[in-house]
Design a protein around this ligand. Structure first.
Ligand code: HEM
Length: 256
């Protein structure tokens, strides 16, 4: 049998998430899921599944303890993440890329017109699309809001030394509804984007190995892709020897 003359060239991939970022994502995923599973039985206390789930967690005390442990993990992660964003070069770069700006509003309108058949191509996104930026801001806002209201519920007696009773009640309502909103946003929006969208189904692997294929880069982040190619071309040009330069004999003084 004839051997293949040349091995297939593997497709080029790019780093999208560093190991540090993937670990942060994993901690967020586990703590958030735990908070949903341990919080929802309180919100829907009258349903049969809530009693079953609470019993599974060792009763009301076990459920409450798990909720608090996961909450502390999430809040520590939030503090670490802020330090990462301001204290590391990569973090500062990501932060700059994540801040929404006027062109994002235009991208959103362009995208809508594309879906309505009024534009031939979708918008050309950079490192983060307006959807990804919005999703990130939702996590930032959600964590802040759940953290503050959750701490008020946790330390209710102490909080009532400084806050009127109605303010604590408002915190309970906000915590309860924001929890539902956050859980639905993750279950419907985020899981659709990373699992069920036709071009990534059954799952994007970026959260596991941090790599994105060249084809995906061209499709979803064409402006970032072009920027990387430009930087690479500039770096190669800087490394190449200047062929026009006259070689000087070793040891001979050239300057004045
Ligand atoms: C981040 C810090 C958080 C803290 C400190 C916190 C703390 C608390 C506390 C003390 C309660 C009262 C019930 C209990 O004793 O367990 C509670 C309730 C609840 N938590 Fe959290 N929580 C946090 C985040 C979250 C998150 C991220 C979710 C889900 C996305 C969540 C979902 C819920 C739900 C659904 C309830 C029941 C609210 C109700 O309807 O009364 N919590 N939380």
């Amino acid at each position: 049998m004839k051997e293949a003359s040349a091995a297939a060239v593997p497709e080029r991939t790019f780093e999208r998430l560093t190991l540090n970022q993937r670990l942060q994502h994993a901690v967020l995923m586990v703590s958030f899921t735990t908070l949903v599973v341990t919080g929802m039985p309180v919100r829907y206390a009258e349903s049969g599944w809530a009693a079953w789930l609470t019993a599974l967690m060792g009763g009301a005390e076990g459920r409450a303890l798990l909720h608090r442990v996961a909450a502390v993990v999430l809040m520590l992660l939030a503090v670490y993440h802020v330090g990462y964003l301001v204290g590391t070069r990569r973090g500062r770069y990501e932060l700059r890329q994540l801040i929404p700006w006027f062109p994002d509003a235009w991208d959103a309108i362009h995208h809508l017109l594309y879906y309505l058949g009024r534009r031939p191509h979708p918008p050309r996104f950079g490192r983060f699309s307006y959807i990804e930026k919005f999703e990130y801001l939702a996590v930032v806002w959600g964590t802040f809001c759940m953290g503050v209201t959750g701490l008020v519920l946790w330390f209710e007696v102490e909080a009532m030394r400084y806050l009127p009773k109605w303010a604590v009640d408002v915190c309970r309502v906000i915590h309860s509804y924001e929890a539902l909103l956050a859980a639905l946003a993750i279950a419907v929006w985020h899981l659709y984007c990373v699992h069920f969208r036709p071009d990534v189904f059954p799952m994007s692997r970026i959260w596991l190995d941090g790599r994105i294929s060249e084809a995906e880069m061209k499709l979803h982040h064409p402006r970032e892709y072009e920027e990387i190619l430009r930087r690479e071309a500039a770096a190669t040009a800087a490394e190449e020897p200047d062929l026009g330069a006259v070689p000087q004999p070793a040891g001979k003084e050239t300057g004045s």
